[in-house]
Design a protein around this ligand. Structure first.
Ligand SMILES: [Zn+2]
Length: 314
């Protein structure tokens, strides 16, 4: 689907329909791919290119917003197929793309081995000579079209967002949270933050959201899922969500059965907010949010146990 001049969104097929997006930016006959999905998403990328009379040789850049595997697992395989492409990645993510062994171990620790193999399959290393590290404010000349990279810690320290000046679109990976199109009600959307392991930092995340808004983007292109308009109400809902999630982490992480308590409180919060918007089928809402609630909870507990104590004043 075209969302603006020269921007196409495709569904990576990760977990379920319209959960994780891949964006294709076209400039002349060149393509930049933002997010890769997993190895299983590659046929969808190929189809989208062919539909426009292009192929893998047209791909100039492959750009995962960060190295979490729903965004970057397919990068190595895709780079093998795209002989003219360079990978653009946050400096803190570059070594994981060249040698994914730690990334794999970290993800297996979160999902378990069986689920890992089913979700991601092989993760292929990328030759470092093909990797461009994009620092804060790095500008890429995409055949005359300026793409600017903005360092946005908070979800992960290896996360950047991409500003496409020509279309005034901001590609936000996981920094600007999650908003599923299943929960649209007319013009109204539902948005919430992702606090997944292991580098969630609410203070940095709110700073990053504000940093993005300074560009006054016409549209925010979320990986989960699709383009939204960043109205004030949407930004407020996102920041309220970050504060609420943090409060859950702070309140429950040290208690017995922390995981269950946080999951229940988070799900109740989502269901209540969605009910206000008219989504009353709680079972169906639960089903769509289960995966995010589990991962968000793990991230909050990790944040409190490993990171927050060092930062706390007496
Ligand atoms: Zn993600």
């Amino acid at each position: 689907m075209d969302i603006a001049d020269g921007i196409k969104v495709i569904d990576s097929g990760y977990i379920r329909q319209e959960m994780a997006a891949i964006y294709l930016l076209r400039q002349g006959d060149k393509i930049a791919i933002i997010e890769t999905g997993t190895k299983h998403s590659i046929p969808k990328v190929q189809q989208a290119l062919e539909k426009d009379g292009l192929d893998f040789s047209s791909v100039a850049y492959v750009i995962p917003t960060h190295v979490h595997l729903d965004h970057a697992a397919g990068a190595g395989e895709l780079m093998k197929l795209c002989p003219n492409a360079q990978l653009v990645i946050h400096p803190r993510g570059a070594r994981h793309m060249a040698d994914p062994s730690k990334l794999i171990a970290g993800t297996v620790a979160v999902y378990g081995e069986e689920k890992f193999n089913q979700l991601y399959g092989d993760i292929v290393p990328i030759d470092s000579s093909r990797i461009i590290e994009a620092d804060d404010n790095f500008v890429l000349d995409f055949d005359g079209r300026e793409l600017k990279f903005i360092d946005t810690p908070g979800h992960a320290r290896h996360h950047f967002c991409i500003w496409d000046r020509m279309t005034e679109s901001m590609f936000t990976g996981d920094t600007f949270g999650i908003s599923y199109r299943d929960f649209d009600n007319g013009d109204e959307i539902y948005i919430f933050p992702t606090t997944t392991p292991i580098q969630f930092d609410p203070y940095e995340l709110i700073k990053s959201v504000n940093k993005l808004m300074k560009y006054k983007p016409k549209r925010i292109c979320l990986t989960h899922f699709g383009a939204i308009k960043p109205k004030n109400k949407v930004v407020e809902q996102l920041i309220d969500g970050i504060n609420f999630m943090s409060s859950l982490g702070i309140e429950y992480s040290a208690q017995d059965n922390a995981e269950e308590k946080i999951q229940n409180a988070m799900m109740d919060y989502f269901l209540q907010e969605l009910q206000k918007m008219g989504f009353t089928d709680q079972d169906s809402c639960r089903e769509k949010l289960k995966f995010d609630v589990e991962l968000n909870t793990q991230g909050l507990i990790y944040w409190q146990q490993k990171i927050a104590p060092g930062k706390k004043k007496n």
